[in-house]
Design a protein around this ligand. Sequence first.
Ligand SMILES: NC(=O)c1ccc[n+]([C@@H]2O[C@H](COP(=O)([O-])OP(=O)(O)OC[C@H]3O[C@@H](n4cnc5c(N)ncnc54)[C@H](OP(=O)(O)O)[C@@H]3O)[C@@H](O)[C@H]2O)c1
Length: 228
Amino acid sequence: MARQTVLIIGASRGLGLALAEEWLRRGWHVIATTRGNSSRLDALAGRFGDALVIENLDILDVQSVRALHAKLDGRQIDVLFVNAGIALSNDKTPVDVNEQDFVDMMLTNALAPVRVVELLDERVVDGGVIAIMTSGLASIANGTGFWPLYSSSKAALNMLMKGYAAHHASDAHALLLMAPGWVRTDMGGDEAPLSIADSIPHVVDTIEANRGKRGLRYVDRFNTDVPW
Ligand SMILES: NC(=O)c1ccc[n+]([C@@H]2O[C@H](COP(=O)([O-])OP(=O)(O)OC[C@H]3O[C@@H](n4cnc5c(N)ncnc54)[C@H](OP(=O)(O)O)[C@@H]3O)[C@@H](O)[C@H]2O)c1
């Protein structure tokens, strides 16, 4: 079988970088995007050579997404994984939040990832997977009020992806909203219970397990459905 290809959007550090490393270890071809320089991604390129291609993309910059679409003409992508996200004003409420922080989260976490999917989906092969990193905090059913503004942006992401799925019901792609667990990264912080190694290999297993299956699921790293 030809080498499989994954395109990871937002892979400079944290979970995105770990996704790139995990798929490289599994022998895949990885196209990983950053919006600036990433010495950690460069170090991976040093270890894995041609198997890793690094591209520049800011998910808020539509032109950079269109440019990548053009550059990938003729390429077959087996998995598209939109990982980029931000968390701001985590302890704030609708009364004391800096409004721009909320707007930035809605744009980066909700609107932009689904727009990236809309602009790049034709590069994904039939039977392939389109995944976006959401959060367990996006679940309205399970909501506890933790990080309420960030959680709202991820719930909005889930709803936008529901809309995308409805409008693309005949596409032969598995669509996944992935909750990776609470993981120690710059965003997750030191108090998070999971290491990257506790999460990312399971995330990748779950993506691979959903290949060839159509329709949208909101799942955790163990491939278990999360209540919407
Ligand atoms: N860690 C957790 O516990 C946890 C739990 C649930 C969900 N998540 C989600 O998992 C994803 C990764 O989180 P993480 O913990 O790895 O966070 P992180 O360490 O803060 O990394 C965030 C990544 O997103 C990229 N990014 C942010 N804005 C971007 C933009 N406009 N365009 C392109 N890339 C952008 C960052 O790039 P730069 O280096 O250029 O800033 C970085 O690569 C996020 O979507 C997050 O919401 C994380």
